[in-house]
Design a protein around this ligand. Structure first.
Ligand code: ADP
Ligand code: MG
Length: 252
């Protein structure tokens, strides 16, 4: 179980005391699927960066425990072997696609790499390149689209088979249909895995066991899709807007 207890994060106390996170508490059971939604700047990335110890919280700013152990007592390298994370701005190394996907593992079998790329729905794009998985990307290579980069980054996390997977806005640059295909393909991997998914599209996050809505660093609403729909708050408002936009788009 991952527990966040009364987390407050201030980036630079000397400059100002704006709270990127303001008294956030959350309990995540093993195997649970949590999604996080909120406007840009509401603290979503900050929350997940704390979970791989990109920052540590000073005393008095709350506590994060994993399996009852204070996260500050867990070795960073071990932590990152347990918590896979697809960052909001995916980074590609100068090298082949195969290397980019397999980079986090010392020996990655090609079958693992291909399977991860299939789940991330990027295998057919890779196959369409003349050099396939040997295609060089990065500064001196082929330029991938934003959506392709995101999918390569998802595949890179998948080859690690970590018990916790975090997606920080990782489907923002893919279209809604591909988004749905990836989520369908991910289902098998998500069984028994703890998942934290940050997204903007309600259709992407509505299946979660629990949805947390952040507003200016604070938890504005939290519950299942059904509970939040009945609550008639921000989530419901955004749902109505997104569904209306969808209807408009469909009727064109
Ligand atoms: P989100 O992911 O929801 O867009 P972030 O967690 O990135 O939000 O940011 C929350 C707040 O913290 C914002 O006001 C942002 O400007 C600030 N912030 C984020 N990262 C840093 C940083 N490295 N240094 C200073 N302020 C930051
Ligand atoms: Mg973010």
């Amino acid at each position: 179980m991952i527990r966040l207890e009364n987390i407050t994060k201030i980036y630079n106390e000397k400059v100002d005391d704006t709270k990127a996170l303001d008294d956030v508490s959350l309990k995540i059971e093993d195997g649970e699927f949590i999604s996080v939604m909120g406007a840009s700047g509401s603290g979503k990335s900050t929350l997940v960066h704390l979970l791989n110890r990109l920052y540590d919280l000073p005393d008095g700013c709350g506590k994060i425990t994993i399996g009852g152990v204070d996260i500050r007592d867990i070795d960073r390298q071990y932590l990152r072997s347990q918590i896979g994370m697809v960052l909001q701005e995916p980074f590609l190394y100068s090298g082949s696609i195969k290397e980019n996907v397999g980079i986090t593992k010392e020996i990655s079998e090609f079958d693992d790499i291909r399977e991860a790329c299939e789940i991330a729905c990027v295998d057919s794009a890779i196959d369409s390149f003349t050099d396939g998985y040997e295609t060089i990307v990065g500064e001196r290579g082929v330029t991938l689209s934003g959506g392709q980069k995101q999918r390569v980054a998802i595949a890179r996390m998948l080859v690690e088979h970590t018990p916790v997977m975090i997606f920080d806005d990782s489907l923002s640059a893919v279209d809604a249909q591909t988004d749905a295909m990836i989520r369908e393909a991910l289902k098998k991997r998500m069984a028994g895995t703890t998942v934290i998914l940050i997204a903007h599209r309600i259709t992407t996050l509505m299946q979660a066991d629990c949805i947390m809505v952040l507003e200016d660093g604070a938890v504005a609403e939290m519950g299942s899709h059904e509970q939040l729909m009945e609550h008639h708050g921000i989530y419901r408002r955004i749902y109505d807007i997104q569904m209306n936009t969808q209807l408009d788009a469909d009727s064109v």
